[in-house]
Design a protein around this ligand. Structure first.
Ligand code: RB5
Length: 150
């Protein structure tokens, strides 16, 4: 897979770890910035990653901010993006298998690098189950986008 990776200044300290995990797992990546701890705006990086996934330039995305919350909120404003803030491996795996999560978000000020590595590995290994009950639930979520989104 190709993974689009973006972060704001709060997420920057974890970005190289994320890149290393993605590469070590045999995946390609797009580094969409930021490239330093100079202050930036997290929505810009959620947008870059979301558009890369929606435009087919990446299969999935990972966005990192300080808490992970802002990046998650912003990414989920894009139709077709299912971003989940996961600081445990169970959620990272099940979020893909059951909910077809296509963007993982992380809070670099919350999660330590060793746990982050395992969380990212779980996200990358997981595949959507395509189970009928999960497709039914996913279609309800997609219906929200169609009916209430712009
Ligand atoms: C930046 O200071 C911080 O607000 C941002 O990285 C993130 O935590 C927002 O949710």
């Amino acid at each position: 897979m190709r993974i689009a990776i973006g972060c704001d200044h709060g997420g920057f300290p974890l970005k190289q770890t994320v890149i290393d995990v993605v590469q070590n797992a045999g995946h390609d990546f797009l580094d969409l910035g930021t490239h330093s701890t100079d202050a930036t705006d997290y929505p810009d990086y959620s947008e870059k990653v979301a558009r890369a996934v929606l435009d087919g330039k990446a299969d999935r995305g990972i966005v990192i901010c300080g808490s992970g919350v802002g990046a998650t909120v912003a990414a989920n404003k894009f139709k077709g993006i299912r971003a989940g803030l996961c600081h445990d491996t169970f959620s990272a795996r099940q979020g893909v298998e059951d909910d077809d999560m296509n963007v993982l978000t992380l809070g670099a000020r919350i999660i330590g690098p060793l746990l982050a590595i395992e969380v990212i590995q779980a996200f990358l290994k997981a595949r959507f189950s395509n189970a009928e009950r999960h497709l039914r639930r996913l279609n309800k979520v997609k219906g929200f986008e169609e009916n209430f989104g712009r």
